[in-house]
Design a protein around this ligand. Structure first.
Ligand code: THU
Length: 157
């Protein structure tokens, strides 16, 4: 029997100690939550993607009365970015969640599995690591690559 261990590194920052570029991206994600459509969950998610050409593209969760037809904020942002700029890598993605009941997530918002798979695809198609900023009220977790969030990702090789 063999065993292996997978480790990931993530940084823990307070919002106040973020650099200017990261702060701008986090603010864009927070601002984007205002454009979320979440009449069912009342949980507003914002994602902001920083492209290599320094354009910031935002996305929000878009819910639907037929629940599975909705889409998460991260995929909305990345699909839009990749549709508008199919040759421009995405350098970073910030994600925040704001509940109508409890306000901003206390702990950093962790993306769902399907969004992780799409984040990884974006990273791979441009062969450029995508930093991911998971935002909470008190702390922001930063991983240097979407790969870190999805060990044993599906691939068809
Ligand atoms: N949601 C996201 O936008 N991103 C995620 O990574 C997980 C969940 C949305 C889906 C739904 O509109 C709401 O959050 C509550 O689950």
């Amino acid at each position: 029997m063999k065993a292996r261990k997978i480790e990931i590194k993530y940084e823990i920052h307070s919002i106040g100690e973020l650099g200017a570029e990261d702060r701008k991206l986090v603010d864009a994600a927070i601002e984007a939550t205002q454009r979320s459509y979440a009449p069912y969950s009342h949980f507003h998610v914002g994602a902001a993607a920083l492209l290599e050409n320094d354009v910031i593209v935002t996305g929000t969760n878009q819910e639907n009365v037929a629940y599975p037809s909705g889409l998460c904020a991260e995929r909305t942002a990345l699909f839009y970015a990749n549709s508008q700029y199919p040759y421009v890598p995405v350098k970073a993605l910030a994600i925040v969640g704001i509940s109508e009941v409890n306000g901003m997530n206390r702990t950093p918002l962790s993306p769902c599995g399907a969004c992780r798979q799409v984040m990884l695809e974006t990273e791979n198609r441009f062969a450029t690591p995508m930093r991911v900023l998971l935002c909470g009220k008190e702390e922001v977790y930063i991983v240097e690559s979407a790969k870190d969030l999805l060990p044993f990702a599906f691939d068809n090789y």
